[in-house]
Ligand binder design. Sequence first.
Ligand SMILES: [Zn+2]
Ligand SMILES: [Zn+2]
Length: 215
Amino acid sequence: MELVFYIDTHTLAVREVRERKCTKCGRCLPDTAFYVAPRGRCTKFCRRCYDRKYMEIEDRKTTAQHIRAATKRANNRSRFKKSTGPPIGVDEVTQLWEACQGKCTLCDLALVWQCNPRKRSGNRAVLDRVDTADNRSYHNNAQWLCTICNEEKGGWDLAVQLQHDIETLRSKIRVMKKRKKNPPRSHYETILIPAKKIYALSQSHAAFVAGNQET
Ligand SMILES: [Zn+2]
Ligand SMILES: [Zn+2]
């Protein structure tokens, strides 16, 4: 940690900036050039070195390793979304990858694994759920897509999900309307004795008491 003073060329004011040294490249940089690690601390490497290290690790991975990682991510997402159905297996994902021959299922673009945290790579391989309306897991419901196709599909997926919600609400309303037309028989009113009946009973009781008193 170092304290560095800068002179602002515009206002000629002295600015005080706290800088830290990157343990990889040795440059002194302000805190904003570092990622924030868990517990609010700064990472030891600067953002550039950290990204490079991450990209090197990603580049070293084989296709099988990437597929395994994608499967794990997919199953984690299913668990997070509380999807129905069993988790997807590595064999199934590998079969899907072989079936599409490393190309996007929708646009036939050759898929890549390279990832740059600073740049957007459109043809990065993504495992996608085909049908998202009833929140099924990835098992028998997955395909390989490029990032662009997956992002474009997102809007349509949302439309299908909303349509599914509308259909379920409509069917619920239909059931409720039916119930309103033919209400169930065991209503509270039917259990109670009607007031007229009570009056008649009390009258007959009074007459019986009067008859007894006369005799
Ligand atoms: Zn660095
Ligand atoms: Zn595509």
